[in-house]
Design a protein around this ligand. Structure first.
Ligand code: AN7
Length: 383
């Protein structure tokens, strides 16, 4: 036995996929046992619109800080510590800051997080504060924060842990491996929300690496841009899914084809107008035969409620946009009946309790502490 600190009893991503990640053989992962999230079959939603399809939700809200960001953060923080960084920095609509703060705390690093003034969900703010990050509100939006991060990283020597850090994308690609392992086959469609576009890039990278014989663009382009090794070693599939990215109507640069100067949506996680991984995400959609589409805040909230009420799954508004999208595209036939579809539900609903309490259809009643009044009220709610 060596003197190395013991690994987590439940292995994290790095340990499970070390052979497919750019990580030194002797590097000790900074991990909270992220990944290995549930893939749950949706039993009611396709039928609710009269369509037959096999739809699964990948519950990324069940990661340690309750969003998919932990997949990338275990890699980015492990790498930052290996490189001797004392601090990490990110701009964030909330989830990246929560994850960076938690993993930095575990690694003994300082975390600097820049958030848009008053525009992040309370659960995420609570996380960043609890984990001891330096939390700074910028009088501007995410895109303003992103600009400042690049400058401040240079000034302070802090490592950037936004998804322009290629190790973030590398960690996040493991979601594709897990989907292929769990299904034992490749889904026909993979639907997900798109904001800064790191995650769709990561999904596609993971799928391409798992079907290495098909002349893929992204692994080569990615590895040459960042000087990283190419990992097309495991033939988990002979096919790749069609990638479909959904945005909020008020923050939909992939639909308009150009940056949005003043993005606005109730789904604060994806209130992003100038995505950093624009080219890679376009390539993912084009190469897979996929598309981008946008949905209104009303449709997003409706999908969030439907999932919660009919499936028992509570995701945050940004995540729900892909279910709104899936439902419309199934209904129109753009996603054909009989398809197998995976939706990535990127973050947990508890991240944003204010939205939930404000928009949930169920109201909270108040009664006198007497059985008669209470009974009448309860019986009204029998399904
Ligand atoms: C729940 O935390 O950008 O397209 O700074 O939190 O990879 O950006 C969050 C993004 C989807 C979009 N769903 O993913 C941040 C941040 C949730 C998110 C996205 C985010 P990308």
């Amino acid at each position: 036995m060596t003197d190395a600190p013991p690994s987590a009893p439940t292995p994290g991503l790095i340990e499970r996929y070390r052979d497919r990640l750019p990580i030194a053989g002797d590097a000790t992962p900074v991990t909270l046992s992220e990944g290995a999230t549930p893939l749950v079959r949706l039993e009611h939603l396709p039928e609710a619109i009269g369509r037959r399809a096999t739809v699964y939700a990948k519950l990324e809200g069940q990661n340690p800080t309750a969003s998919f960001k932990d997949r990338g953060m275990t890699m980015a923080i492990t790498r930052a510590r290996e490189e001797g960084a004392r601090a990490v920095i990110c701009a964030s609509t909330g989830n990246t800051s929560a994850s960076a703060a938690a993993y930095a705390a575990r690694a003994g690093l300082s975390a600097f997080v820049l958030i848009p003034d008053g525009k992040i969900a309370h659960g995420k703010l609570a996380q960043a504060m609890m984990h001891g990050a330096a939390v700074v509100q910028i009088k501007g939006n995410f895109d303003d924060g992103m600009r400042l991060v690049r400058e401040m990283a240079e000034e302070t020597g802090a490592a950037i842990v936004n998804s322009i850090n290629p190790y973030r994308i590398q960690g996040q690609k493991t979601i594709a491996f897990e989907v292929l392992e769990a299904l034992g086959r490749c889904p026909d469609y993979h639907c997900l929300p798109v904001g800064n576009a790191g995650n769709i890039t990561a999904h596609w990278l993971g799928y391409c690496e798992s079907a290495p014989s098909s002349g893929n663009y992204l692994p080569g382009a990615f590895s040459s841009r960042f000087g990283l090794e190419r990992y097309e070693t495991r033939q988990l599939s002979t096919r790749r899914p069609v990638m479909v990215g959904y945005q909020a109507s008020g923050a939909a640069p992939f639909v308009s084809g150009a940056p949005v100067a003043a993005p606005e949506t109730i789904a604060s996680a994806i209130r992003i107008g100038n995505p950093q991984s624009f080219d890679f995400a376009l390539a993912a959609a084009r190469e897979s035969g996929g598309w981008f589409d946008a949905h209104s805040d009303e449709a997003i909230l409706e999908a969030q409620s439907l999932l919660a009420e009919r499936e028992g799954i509570f995701c945050e508004p940004a995540s729900a946009v892909c279910v709104a999208g899936l439902m419309r595209d199934l209904e129109s036939g753009r996603i054909p009946e009989g398809s197998t579809v995976v939706c990535t539900l990127t973050g947990h609903g508890l991240k944003d309790p204010d939205i939930a309490v404000r928009h949930a259809r169920g109201a909270v009643a108040t009664v006198e502490p007497e059985p008669a009044a209470l009974k009448a009220l309860l019986l009204e709610h029998l399904r």
